[in-house]
Design a protein around this ligand. Sequence first.
Ligand SMILES: [Zn+2]
Length: 425
Amino acid sequence: MSGLEIRHWAGFAQRPFLAPERVRAYQDARIRRLIHHAWRNVAFYRRRFEDAGIRPEEIRGGADLQRLPILTKADLRACRDGELLARGVDEASCLAEISSGTTGEPVRFVRTRGEEYTLFAHRLRAEVLSGLRPWDARMKIGSAPVRTLPHRLGLFRCDAVSDGQPHTQILAELEKKRFDVLCAMPNILDILLPLFGESNLRSRKLRRVFCGAELLTGATRKRLEETLGCRVVDFYGATEVNLVAWECVRCGLYHTCDDAVYAEVITEDGRQAGAGEEGSLVLTALHSFAMPLIRYEIGDVVRRPAAPRGCRIGFGAIDKIVGRVADHLPLPDGQWLGPCRLIEVAQSIEGVRRFRIVQTSPASLEVEVQREEGFGEEQAGRLRGGFEKLLPAGVRVEIREVDDIPLTAGGKLRIVEAWRGAREP
Ligand SMILES: [Zn+2]
């Protein structure tokens, strides 16, 4: 372990409480190390730095990063296989994840196990700062959590109820389990909300509800807090870097996780956003060395707060996030289908550049595909087959190739749009 890593873990618990200038000094040291590493070991970045006329020693910290170009999803997609991986990384021993992010364009990200656990630790620390106690049990609605050392010691326990089952079944399982903190995506909570009022969860006094991965609306938050009688805390994460920011229970803003990511908010005219201004979020991942992400434009629009709120947490803040929207789909039998599995299917098909799923009635689904090389009849058939497996018999799936899938204002894409009753003509 290098000196920088030892200092990272020694100061880990207290770092969110450091003064902002000390947080910046920490970030600058990590950025210098990352830039030198990328220059020496990643051909893609070396070429980029040379094209920009930059030597690695000229980047002394976050403020100098602006001299480097922004890395877009299109840049990543244009890379050849393995071009972004650092020299000497054994990809077979790494974890790979595919993200289609806000814009619905799948990109593959690679991390070592060590990097993955480091990012988990940052998320866990944010959960503790949001009220989680080591002896609290968390229950997740979704895929089974990764078992890490603290879990095995009986600390920070986490269990899961699958979201791939009817919502009445999800509720029945939740009622049987004992837990203090419920972790779920806002969409599924929205669907369960009408059932919570009659359930034993209401009388059990949960400690917190942790939300993430999707936009949490003010209305859902209010109804959840009223129904379950506990605080709802929102976490803003992304496949590429895990935790980006979390909602502070002290000041109400979202604090960026500044010792995991260096966050810039870039306005439409290319400036760093000032107080109260919106812009595109650009992240430099401070712990990703296997596949570095330097000035990566994640595709979400965020806003800097109009005024500081004098919080004990010294990390930076944003106060509004416009992310990807994916709805749950009502099915003809009265059940609901979560969007994640549909998204996974679409992401797994070769030649799908961007996609959008529109449910035109409970029994009919239109899938728009913006294709690239490699997408043909066979891929369209696999896409349809994958969807049909997830849907009850009788639901019609239509695949349509389109030239472009336009984003709405702010670069937002409603990647899965559910049918919500007959619309006015
Ligand atoms: Zn705060």
